[in-house]
Design a protein around this ligand. Structure first.
Ligand code: HEC
Length: 159
């Protein structure tokens, strides 16, 4: 388990470093391309929301605390977080698409990448302690991860 966690943390760091280099946006070629890119982008966030649901419920005291669910979903969130950059690469701002994404994603790519990195590392930390940390520490890491979602939404998503 320890080795697996070390590998996971090491690969997360490697991916975070790599993802800094792929900030260059690519404008959508046409309406069809923009619609597809929007669908892909939203899918990643939909799945992030799906995996965050039980963790948010536990934080609010609506769902009983379950370390295994936290560990599993934090690992899923970590993998999905690593997909955000790729799924946000196509700039759809010049097209009329059904989206809550703000154009600043493509005008401030470096800051957007920092917001992604914050979720990548917070989810990695949570998945590393979920099964062996005490509940108080795990809850703290759950809250810290949730904050990184809100922090990006504040700047890059319509209310
Ligand atoms: C790097 C920025 C960023 C991070 C980090 C982030 N989000 Fe978002 N999120 C967005 C943007 C931008 C949209 C709007 C996407 C669109 O409509 O094209 C969005 C949309 C969503 C949606 C709506 C998806 C849909 O079906 O339209 C949900 C749910 C969501 N995010 C949940 C989360 C959760 C949960 C987390 C943390 C685990 C998270 N997000 C982290 C930027 C972010």
């Amino acid at each position: 388990m320890k080795n697996l966690q070390k590998t996971l943390i090491a690969s997360t760091i490697a991916i975070a470093v790599l993802s800094c280099g792929i900030a260059a946006a690519q404008p959508a070629a046409n309406e069809k391309h923009a619609a597809w890119a929007t669908k892909v982008r939203k899918s990643v966030f939909t799945l992030l929301g799906h995996n965050m649901g039980p963790i948010g419920g536990m934080l609010k005291g609506k769902v009983p605390f379950n370390a295994e669910v936290v560990a599993n979903n934090a690992t899923n969130i970590n993998q999905l977080a690593n997909m955000i950059a790729g799924a946000s690469k196509v700039d759809t701002s010049k097209f009329k698409v059904d989206t809550e994404a703000l154009d600043s994603i493509w005008s401030q790519p470096e800051d957007y990448a920092k917001k992604i990195e914050a979720l990548v590392s917070a989810s990695s930390e949570l998945s590393a302690i979920a099964l062996n940390g005490d509940e108080k520490a795990v809850r703290k890491a759950m809250g810290a991860m949730g904050k990184t979602c809100g922090s990006c939404h504040d700047d890059y998503k319509k209310d």
